[in-house]
Design a protein around this ligand. Structure first.
Ligand code: 5AD
Ligand code: SF4
Ligand code: FES
Length: 357
């Protein structure tokens, strides 16, 4: 029965719902299938993206997020240019292949220019050899275009949930947090020519299995190149914390994330899928487990150590006491344990994107 579904070339929504509910032997079969597809299409390599958390200053107020604007308990920081460039240099010298620059959402002329400056400098330092992913939230199309022309070639913007109603329960009801605008931003990224990544949170309050199945279909139909999705983890200083009693136990959110990643790998065989940090907050070897069943991207944190405490999107975020060297060594050991191999000095672009173009 499950085998029949697993061997289909396309899953219907009902198939997805069935697969998200598997247990026992059937669950093992699902994970074996996704692992073998990963092996067949992507091989054994895991690509690294050094994560630079540029700033935790954010102009938005997403109800789930620890660094939302109205959380007055956060120590706000903004790395200076030297700190960013040193982190990029670290990534380059340690053969990471790529970096991700992530930040709270700021839309301003100054911010746009600053990123342009950093992109040029990073390309200079690395002689254009470092792949650069941006994750700087919603911006207008002109801004995305400028950054693209300055050498950023991938962009991550999670849709958070493809369920419009749920989206509105997770965000204030105003223009700054509009589902349509987010969708439009994703479309712009694709039009400009970025390798476009999105993702969702799993185990949110009010989220149904039906909604998760739609998330997978959304990613398929939008034809994304990359995905980062992980469990929702409640944060005490956020409005959504009031709903904590309605949540699945964290272990179940973790389990659901495993299934979502396995299914996405089967549905989109050649995209890049990240083993996200939130997985590790729940299970010490969470990222390794997800690499085994489908993920092929890891993002070691290379933010200067003293700031890491302040980029707490959710509670229990790992690596806040570590520095870039610690994470590098730790990641290497972990990838080996997962039976995979680190790809050094390779961009590791999304094969899906290459096949399309
Ligand atoms: N739990 C898990 N992920 C979260 N994010 C923000 N808050 C949380 C949370 N409480 C994720 C969002 C965002 C990314 C940067 O972090 O999906 O896109
Ligand atoms: Fe800001 Fe992103 Fe957090 Fe929303 S999820 S409050 S946009 S950092
Ligand atoms: Fe940061 Fe393991 S990845 S300490």
């Amino acid at each position: 029965m499950i085998n029949q579904i697993l061997n289909k070339t396309q899953f219907s929504k009902q198939d997805i719902l069935t697969l998200l509910s598997v247990k026992g032997d059937e669950r093992t079969m699902l994970f074996e299938k996704s692992a073998s597809i990963k092996q067949e299409y992507l091989g054994n390599k895991v690509y690294l993206r050094g994560l630079i958390e540029l700033s935790n200053i954010c102009n938005k107020n997403c109800y789930y997020c620890g660094i939302r604007k109205d959380n007055k308990k956060v120590n706000r920081y903004n790395l200076n240019d030297t700190e960013v460039l040193n982190a990029a240099k670290f990534a380059y010298e340690n053969k990471f292949g790529s970096i991700v620059i992530q930040s709270g959402e700021i839309q301003s002329e100054t911010f746009t220019k600053r990123i342009l400056y950093l992109l040029r400098k990073i390309n200079e330092i690395s002689q254009n050899k470092l792949g650069i992913t941006l994750s700087l939230g919603e911006q207008n199309k002109e801004v995305y275009k400028k950054w693209f022309e300055a050498g950023a070639h991938r962009y991550l913007l999670r849709i958070e949930t493809s369920d419009r109603n749920l989206y509105h329960k997770l965000h204030p009801n105003n223009d700054l947090h509009s589902y349509d605008k987010r969708l439009e931003a994703l479309t712009h990224l694709k039009e400009i020519g970025y390798q476009t990544g999105t993702g969702v949170m799993i185990g949110l309050p009010y989220q149904t299995l039906d909604s998760l199945a739609d998330d997978l279909l959304f990613m398929k139909h939008f034809d994304i190149d990359m995905c980062g999705m992980g469990p929702y983890i409640e944060h005490a200083d956020t409005p959504l914390y009031a709903n904590r009693d309605a949540l699945l136990p964290v272990k179940e959110r973790f389990e659901m994330t495993m299934k979502m990643v396995a299914l996405l790998r089967i549905m989109m065989k050649d995209i890049n899928i990240a083993a996200t940090t939130a997985l590790q907050a729940i299970d010490k070897v969470g990222r390794e487990k997800i690499i085994k069943i489908g993920a092929n991207i890891l993002m070691p944190n290379i933010t200067p150590g003293k700031y890491r405490d302040s980029y707490t999107l959710y509670q229990g975020k790992p690596c806040t006491d570590e520095n870039a060297d610690d994470c590098k060594n730790c990641i290497e050991a972990r990838i080996k344990i997962a039976g995979a191999e680190v790809a050094y000095s390779e961009w590791g672009d999304s094969p899906h994107f290459k096949h399309k173009h």
